[in-house]
Design a protein around this ligand. Structure first.
Ligand SMILES: Nc1ncnc2c1ncn2[C@@H]1O[C@H](COP(=O)(O)OP(=O)(O)OP(=O)(O)O)[C@@H](O)[C@H]1O
Ligand SMILES: [Mg+2]
Length: 255
């Protein structure tokens, strides 16, 4: 059975794309067959694999917009056990084009349903905000994975996201459930970061994963050379954290 997860948080810059790449690699390393789908017009995840969003034809845009385009035509292998549906720059216009369609937030789901999915995991990276593309990811997924920056105000955004998840579950995707939340950009020497983590644990209990992804410059350095942290510095604590997170995700629940 394929598990379809969407990585979502409407707050920008919290580590969604970074986590999509490194968690995807960690799962692939463990022998899982993984498909990454980049739903962000900015194409951060696509760029991290060294692919230029301005220079591609077949992308998540075609998958969402055209019913005759199958997954096999838009995905490309990027690593062992890892394939990517890249984002192209025309994805930015799709929100406007989709706005007039009655099934605008169900299109990706329909597309994935029509496709063969020879994968154990589908991981979708979403843009910041709670627009039509992020909604497509939430409607197409079975589970939501939420990276939360260990900083003040992090909780505010999470509450809004929870409301959206509840609405989508009620109206569009009854099977949707919370896989869990995990802390990103965690600074172990910061009392404040620890307070944020404590608050998240008290609110979300076992739905908050044990793994905390620390703040480290290696995260920004690796994509410059088109690599995940797991490839760039395989023994780095950040790489290890994403491996442990992958194990937690594979166990199917937080904690
Ligand atoms: N653990 C970390 N330590 C240090 N820097 C990080 C970490 N995680 C992410 N970053 C950096 O923070 C920035 C934002 O990360 P990322 O692009 O993954 O966030 P995002 O949630 O996908 O952002 P957006 O909402 O804009 O798509 C990037 O420059 C990234 O390199
Ligand atoms: Mg991103």
């Amino acid at each position: 059975m394929t598990r379809t997860l969407v990585i979502a948080n409407q707050k920008g810059g919290v580590g969604k794309s970074t986590s999509a790449m490194n968690l995807g690699l960690a799962l692939a390393e463990k022998g899982q067959r993984v498909l990454l789908i980049d739903l962000d017009p900015q194409g951060g995840l696509t760029a991290a694999f060294g692919i230029d969003s301005y220079d591609i034809r077949r992308s998540a845009f075609s998958l969402i917009m055209y019913s005759h385009v199958s997954l096999s035509r838009v995905m490309r292998p990027v690593r062992t056990n890892l394939a990517l549906v890249p984002a192209s720059i025309d994805l930015a216009a799709s929100e406007v084009q989709l706005a007039g369609m009655a099934d605008r937030v169900q299109r990706l789901r329909a597309s994935l349903r029509r496709s063969q999915l020879p994968f154990d995991y589908v991981l979708m990276d979403t843009p910041p905000g709670l627009g039509i593309l992020a909604a497509n990811g939430l409607v197409a997924a079975d589970e939501v994975l939420i990276p939360v920056q260990c900083q003040y105000l992090a909780m505010r955004g999470v509450r809004a996201l929870m409301d959206t998840i509840i609405r989508i579950k009620k109206n569009l995707n009854p099977a949707l459930r919370l896989a869990g939340l995990f802390g990103t950009m965690y600074r172990p020497d910061s009392v404040h970061a620890q307070e944020v983590v404590d608050e998240l644990r008290s609110v979300f209990g076992e739905r908050m994963f044990r793994t905390l992804i620390r703040y480290d410059d290696v995260v920004a350095e690796a994509p410059i050379v088109g690599l995940s942290v797991l490839e760039y510095m395989p023994r780095h604590p950040i790489a290890q954290s994403y491996r442990v997170l992958a194990e937690e995700v594979m166990r199917g629940r937080a904690g």
